[in-house]
Design a protein around this ligand. Structure first.
Ligand SMILES: [Mn+2]
Length: 350
């Protein structure tokens, strides 16, 4: 049997954000086409301070064979079966163990100021010794440090220790809008980008109870956000370099030209150039097939001009050395681009 998982839709009125309902509908369509009968929504189905559930109820009615298993997240902590009604809608407002086709699932709704471990412990007798699946909404300690830059702080965390103690087969978490799979812990991420931080193609997950595999499925979204930043170092070939880099970035998006109209891109040049105008023109031309996020256009306010050849030579060598450095950039360390920008600001004495 297959179970689909999504989270963090942050629904508001469809007039305001039709793309979020369309993403959910696309998940309903894909799961129905695959004869999947259960969809888990692991929190933040609705956005903060939003209480109009009628459009969601109407959509669920249209897919009556799909059973929805929903937990509240930190944005919608008060949703319940009293507020949201439908034959195929189940909202777990307290830690609940259920069996679907002999698979044991523990649903834990989001709660402030407690850890997931404390809540799992309350249900330990019902899951001990079982091959069970945890569904919750919060942070994973061993995950990427700042998974959700919009929501700093710690949200109902689960730690490696909790995983060792309670030993779930698989952990399905909402909260991080970025998809992440790390060992047995899986965040499906938002199935529709909510803003410029939710980049690229979005997906939901499908878990197969027969072989215990979990795989993403791409959601056909109305909008695709991308955020591209280019570090410029003054050089005779700065323009060539930028043009090639733009091509690479767009290729890396891995999207079909028929989806180009969905793109909302942020484009930024930082560092030092011999000619800011040329750089701006190259960015414009390189991304001419795409719409900009908030119509903002290419940004060059963090790009300065330097005509000093000696500094340019030092900058070129330094960035090359950083490129070749055998170092675990990212995660708990600064990214490669952050290191380059810091180096440039030392060279150019900002
Ligand atoms: Mn959340």
């Amino acid at each position: 049997m297959k179970i689909a998982i999504t989270a963090d839709l942050h629904l508001r009125n469809s007039g305001e954000h039709p793309e979020r309902y369309n993403a959910l509908q696309n998940i309903f369509e894909q799961t129905t086409a695959e004869s999947i009968e259960h969809l888990i929504i692991a929190g933040d189905l609705f956005d903060k301070d939003f209480h109009d559930y009628s459009e969601f109820e109407a959509l669920c009615k249209k897919y009556s064979k799909l059973q929805l298993h929903i937990i509240p997240g930190n944005h919608d902590p008060n949703i319940s079966g009293k507020r949201i009604v439908g034959n195929n809608i189940q909202i777990y407002t307290a830690p609940t163990v259920i069996e679907i086709d002999s698979t044991t699932l523990l649903f834990i709704p989001y709660e402030e100021k407690v850890s997931l471990g404390e809540k799992i412990a309350e249900k330990e007798v019902q899951i001990v010794g079982k091959n069970w699946i945890l569904v919750a909404h919060g942070d994973f300690y061993e995950g990427v440090k700042e998974q959700n830059p919009q929501e700093p702080g710690v949200y109902m965390p689960i730690s490696r220790k909790d995983l060792d103690r309670f030993n779930p087969r698989i952990v399905l978490l909402g909260h991080s809008h970025q998809p992440l799979s790390q060992g047995k812990v899986h965040f499906p991420g938002s199935p529709c980008g909510l803003g410029i931080n939710d980049k690229g193609k979005r997906s939901f997950l499908v878990y197969d109870t027969s072989d215990e595999n979990i795989f993403p499925r791409v959601v056909n979204t109305d909008i695709l956000f991308f955020d591209e930043s280019f570090i410029i170092v003054p050089a005779d070939n700065e323009l060539d370099f930028l043009q090639q880099e733009i091509k690479k970035r767009i290729e890396f998006w891995n999207i079909d030209p028929s989806d180009y109209a969905k793109v909302r891109v942020r484009v930024k040049a930082v560092g030092y150039a011999t000619d800011r105008g040329t750089i701006q023109a190259a960015l414009k031309q390189g991304f001419e097939k795409f719409k900009y996020f908030n119509d903002e256009g290419p940004m060059i306010d963090e790009l300065s001009v330097s005509l000093d050849h000696q500094l340019a030579a030092i900058a070129e060598q330094t960035t090359k050395l950083i490129d070749e450095l055998d170092w675990a950039f990212g995660g708990d360390e600064p990214t490669k681009d952050q290191v380059k920008i810091a180096a440039l600001s030392i060279i150019y004495k900002d």
